[in-house]
Design a protein around this ligand. Sequence first.
Ligand SMILES: Cc1cc2nc3c(=O)[nH]c(=O)nc-3n(C[C@H](O)[C@H](O)[C@H](O)COP(=O)(O)OP(=O)(O)OC[C@H]3O[C@@H](n4cnc5c(N)ncnc54)[C@H](O)[C@@H]3O)c2cc1C
Length: 321
Amino acid sequence: MAVNLEADSKLMRDNMHPATLNAGPVAKTARADRADVKVSYEFFPPKNEKMETALWDSIRKLELHNPDFVSVTYGAGGSTRERTHRTVSRMVQETNLRPAAHLTCVGSDVSEINEIANDYWDSGVRHIVALRGDPPEGIGRRYVPHAKGFAYGSDLVAGLKKVADFEVSVSAYPERHPESPSWDAELDNLKRKVDAGATRAITQFFFEAETFLRFQDRVQAAGIDIPIVPGLMLQPNFQGLKRMSDMCGVRVPEWYAFLFEGLNEDPETRNLLTSSLALELTASLFDAGVRHFHLYTLNRAGLAVSVSRILGRHSLKRIKE
Ligand SMILES: Cc1cc2nc3c(=O)[nH]c(=O)nc-3n(C[C@H](O)[C@H](O)[C@H](O)COP(=O)(O)OP(=O)(O)OC[C@H]3O[C@@H](n4cnc5c(N)ncnc54)[C@H](O)[C@@H]3O)c2cc1C
């Protein structure tokens, strides 16, 4: 029997969008025409068997939402080299996902990086998120490039492009990288990475849509024309989030901290607040024209599924069931 895909997808759209006259921002996003929306999911490599089972449970759920790509982080100083490789290779072998492996300059000389990159290419990985990384002594310490390594993100991008024709994504910082002396230096650095071959930048997390949108304006004004994809952090543990923000130079707005005040022993309320704030941020960015969202999943599917759904990344399989 011939399948009428157009009628089928119209039926699904109608089913997904019951008429709502007075929809709020989140519901409006869920009702918008979103054929061009992309999501990508970031994971970290698991440390033990229990974490590995939880990660793969999340991957299986999120896979159904057909992400543009998924990425796997690389531990500080290369500490997860094998685990990152194993996770990404398993994604290539066992799923239809398009995985990207994060890779940093720290702790490896050029020949080691080339070897890692060649291994990725040989195992079918075609996308690398290329980063400088932080000093092995910890974020905030003085960064000293490896004597025989790549010094900065832009050097790594150029090096990877010599190994093979990888798709390369890089980082970007809506509030500037903490070591960056000025906006000019920040944008020059991003431009160097683009000139070296990067075709997408994924941002550090942030709390307010305006922070991202102002940054996007600066990038465009500097003549940089690659997509800038907002990274959305889905971390409900406020204390952990605050610590991470302080370390990475991300400003936590007063109103945000106030909302979580006194909730240390109340994970349920923290989860609910985190969900509604993530959905609201997503809706505001969507309303401003953003069409690709990178979700820091922390290896948990729940909230990433909710954000994906309001962006129209329903699991088609589930809808049909
Ligand atoms: C999306 C995303 C994913 C990340 N994933 C990981 C991960 O998997 N593993 C990990 O360890 N870390 C990760 N990080 C963190 C990242 O490694 C740190 O933020 C690190 O401090 C900077 O890396 P970068 O690639 O942004 O650096 P770069 O783009 O190289 O810039 C770092 C700093 O150096 C300056 N700089 C650049 N070039 C020069 C130059 N030639 N001379 C002088 N100064 C220069 C820049 O202005 C900037 O201040 C990630 C960050 C983001 C945003």
